[in-house]
Write a protein that binds this ligand. Structure first.
Ligand code: FAD
Length: 435
């Protein structure tokens, strides 16, 4: 009966010629569109002001460093969109009129919708520093930031990067790859210490310095000086650092400016329920701009990462195509690369352990594995790996099956991702644990 009802519903949608409008052609918006097309004949329009075609934001640094051409960041041929009857419009959406089921575009034209999906991503934080609008100051988020960095880097010698997170270290690596002198200011006492433990931060700090970056911990930007162009920055310790480029990488915020004067509710991000639906029934929000009102246990309301944006897109498509699906991101994972050191995390691995947690740590030079488990039951809760590539399936299964630390360590060597190419360090990890 449910199946029949769905079939009737999708026929009805077709007859009605229902239109889904998606604002944003990042991974969230594109994943939603592709999944909607797989499931239905709904009319799909995607509007974005950044680029005509979808590209992988995470690969921007590799374009800068010359490992890829920009075209290589586009996973679909340009014909894909027309072939799949997905209409692309490159412009800015300037207004949402949810009471009329309409949006307004930059040139004043209105576009009506039956379903609206907000997938507007993030924007880099500029924290009102004096001098932040000088020529030579940039964030790294959009394609235009990449173009700006490429164009500027030719004529500079010294750069200062502000902000000890993933984008900050990417910028430092990018600029070092072009032989620039880079000073890297990190406010915290150790690198990325909201996520990494002290010993993990230390490994990365040593690695950053080994790549010729002048890493300055416990140091903040006070202001930027120059006349039109950047000449130097002043730190909170009143130290002057001469530079011609300042990279600002102090985090991102949901891009929700468009929601002002609408009835759609937001806090830091656009508030959505488990179905990624806003307070307006036919308006949904996904990806970096969405804030879950009731995130699943162990998950945060806003998670600005690639795979969650993709999952949200695929999930919301099901709901729009009349197979309502709750967004279930599962076990937290993330990965990154700090110059040459790969980082992976699965499960609940806080920088500072919770009272009920304890850990087993293995470390050798630039490689480390930190296994966190419950100190009473021994049940494994998560892993951080630096410099050793591990298999996601192994650790996901261990967490789902509530395996103990002892169970895991008896066969941890099978979690090595590249047994043929790399020495299996996990065997050493196992041997160092007193089983
Ligand atoms: C340099 C960099 C490296 C990263 N590396 C990683 C990584 O290694 N791993 C990881 O998990 N995550 C990484 N991230 C984060 C990841 O890229 C984001 O979480 C993801 O791209 C978010 O996708 P999204 O679809 O929500 O938004 P976005 O990709 O931001 O797409 C939103 C689009 O909507 C457009 N838009 C917004 N408002 C309007 C409007 N009013 N009208 C028209 N268009 C509009 C924007 O211009 C943008 O093109 C990285 C991010 C950056 C910037």
């Amino acid at each position: 009966l449910y199946h029949e009802k769905n079939e009737c519903y999708s026929t009805w949608q077709k007859i009605q010629n229902m239109r889904v409008v998606i604002i944003g052609n990042g991974v969230a918006g594109i994943s939603a569109a592709i999944e909607i097309r797989k499931q239905s004949d709904l009319e799909i329009t995607i509007i974005s002001d950044e680029t005509e075609y979808f590209f992988s934001r995470t690969a921007l640094m590799y374009v800068f460093m010359g490992h890829l051409k920009f075209e290589h960041t586009q996973p679909y041929p340009n014909t894909f969109w027309a072939d799949n009857r997905i209409k692309l419009i490159k412009t800015t959406v300037t207004k949402i009129k949810s009471a009329e089921n309409k949006i307004e575009l930059q040139d004043g034209t209105a576009l009506s919708y039956h379903y609206l999906v907000l997938a507007m991503g993030s924007k880099p934080n500029f924290l009102n520093w004096p001098g932040q609008n000088l020529d030579g100051v940039t964030g790294l988020y959009h394609k235009k930031d990449l173009e700006y960095l490429i164009q500027k880097t030719h004529s500079i010698e010294n750069a200062v990067v502000i902000g000890g997170g993933l984008i900050g270290i990417e910028m430092a690596e990018m600029l070092r790859s072009k032989g620039k002198q880079v000073t890297f200011l990190v406010r915290e006492a150790s690198f990325w210490n909201a996520v990494l433990s002290e010993n993990e931060s230390k490994i990365i700090e040593n690695h950053i310095r080994a790549h010729g970056v002048d890493l300055q911990l416990n140091t903040e930007l006070s202001h930027i000086i120059g006349a039109e162009k950047v000449k130097a920055i002043i730190t909170n310790q009143q130290k002057k650092i001469t530079c011609q480029l300042v990279g600002l990488a102090v985090g991102v915020s949901p891009n929700i400016g468009l929601l002002k004067d609408t009835e759609i509710k937001y806090k830091r991000g656009i508030l959505v329920n488990d179905f990624l639906q806003t307070n307006i029934e036919n308006v949904f929000a996904i990806g970096d701009c969405a804030e879950l009102t009731t995130p699943q246990p162990g998950r945060r309301p806003i998670e600005a990462v690639w795979y969650t944006a993709k999952m949200m897109g695929q999930t919301v498509a099901k709901t729009i195509c009349s197979q309502p699906e709750v967004y279930k991101p599962g076990i937290w994972f993330n990965s990154a690369k700090f110059f040459d050191i790969e980082y992976q995390t699965y499960g609940n691995v806080p920088a500072v352990l919770e009272p009920s947690q304890t850990e087993f740590l293995w470390q050798k030079k630039q490689q480390s594995i930190r296994l966190v488990y419950n100190r009473h039951s021994g049940v494994f809760q998560g892993v951080n790996a630096l410099g050793i590539r591990i298999k996601q399936d192994f650790f996901e299964k261990a967490i789902k099956e509530k395996q103990t630390i002892t169970q895991i360590l008896t066969h941890i060597e099978t979690a090595n991702f590249d047994p043929e190419f790399f020495k299996n360090r996990l065997r050493e990890v196992k041997n160092s644990y007193p089983l």
